[in-house]
Design a protein around this ligand. Structure first.
Ligand SMILES: Nc1ncnc2c1ncn2[C@@H]1O[C@H](COP(=O)(O)OP(=O)(O)OP(=O)(O)O)[C@@H](O)[C@H]1O
Ligand SMILES: [Mg+2]
Length: 258
């Protein structure tokens, strides 16, 4: 029988439906203001696509910051465990996972069996997360998906000195007003995310292979800046945003085997 993993994050909710280790279907939807409603909508949308009802699911594991409010879940498991599990399934060579989501970022160290050995997390402020990039894209008047391309046109880097999203936003606004090239500012913003993330990687020790998950993995400029800083070649999965939900679904299958 199929199982489901659901990851309700600050910005997006993902569902992965799994049957005997194979992904049947997945969805990515905005969380919006209510994580309980978002979770219900996401699971029902996923099930509808494969013509199943909730009663067909044998086990549901929930993760993400909104996991507490998911009452149809059989078990709740932390994001660290789920992201680690998902990344290791996608590539068993992975020993270090970087997850950058909407409101937090984390680095997870895995054993050769895929167990979590250590982790570092920044959930205190938006700097270094997807939310930071969204605010900055707005200040630069560019679509979020176009931010990476903008920074690739840079001829030099304008470094951003503010450590906080709110201050960095006013810094960016005044840099634009002073006539500095928007592309150079964009590169500086990506560098600042990479600096913060690399700091966390060094705190727990860099061990290859590295994989990046979460929505920010879709920003090629962040990945390039990290590769340069860490002198590595980070693996970007085909759909980096579903790693947590995939891990949750794999752990749901494991529960049934116990
Ligand atoms: N196509 C894209 N191009 C660039 N960036 C993207 C793209 N899609 C998503 N993102 C980034 O991903 C972020 C959201 O990531 P994700 O969906 O992993 O967050 P989340 O899991 O809801 O948050 P958290 O785990 O912090 O609670 C957005 O803030 C945005 O910066
Ligand atoms: Mg997340």
């Amino acid at each position: 029988m199929p199982v489901a993993g659901i990851d309700v994050g600050s910005l997006t909710a993902e569902v992965v439906l799994l049957e005997r280790g194979e992904v049947m279907h997945y969805v990515i939807m905005p969380t919006g203001a209510n994580s309980k409603t978002a979770a219900e909508k996401a699971i029902d949308t996923a099930l509808e696509a494969v013509d199943l009802k909730r009663s067909a699911l044998e086990f549901v594991v929930a993760t993400g910051y909104g996991r507490i409010s998911i009452d149809f879940a059989d078990k709740r498991i932390t994001e660290i465990t789920c992201h680690g599990r998902g990344a290791f399934f996608l590539n068993p060579a992975v020993r270090t996972v970087i997850d950058i989501g909407g409101q937090d970022s984390k680095v997870i160290r895995l054993s050769e069996k895929g167990k979590v050995l250590d982790f570092a997390m920044n959930d205190k402020c938006a700097a270094g997360t997807g939310r930071f990039l969204e605010v900055m894209a707005q200040a630069l008047e560019v679509e979020l998906a176009g931010l990476a391309d903008l920074s690739r046109q840079a001829k030099s880097t304008v470094s951003i000195s503010s450590m906080c999203t709110v201050f960095a936003e006013s810094e960016v606004v005044s840099l634009i007003a002073r006539g500095l090239p928007r592309e150079d500012i964009a590169r500086g913003l990506h560098q600042s995310i990479a600096d913060r993330t690399a700091g966390m990687v060094h705190r727990i020790g860099l061990e290859e292979a590295l994989m990046i998950t979460g929505g920010v993995a879709k920003n090629a400029a962040v990945v390039e800046a990290l590769n340069e800083k860490l002198k590595t070649d980070i693996i970007v999965p085909e759909e980096p945003q579903i790693a947590g939900a995939l891990g949750a679904a794999l752990l749901a299958e494991e529960e049934l085997r116990q």
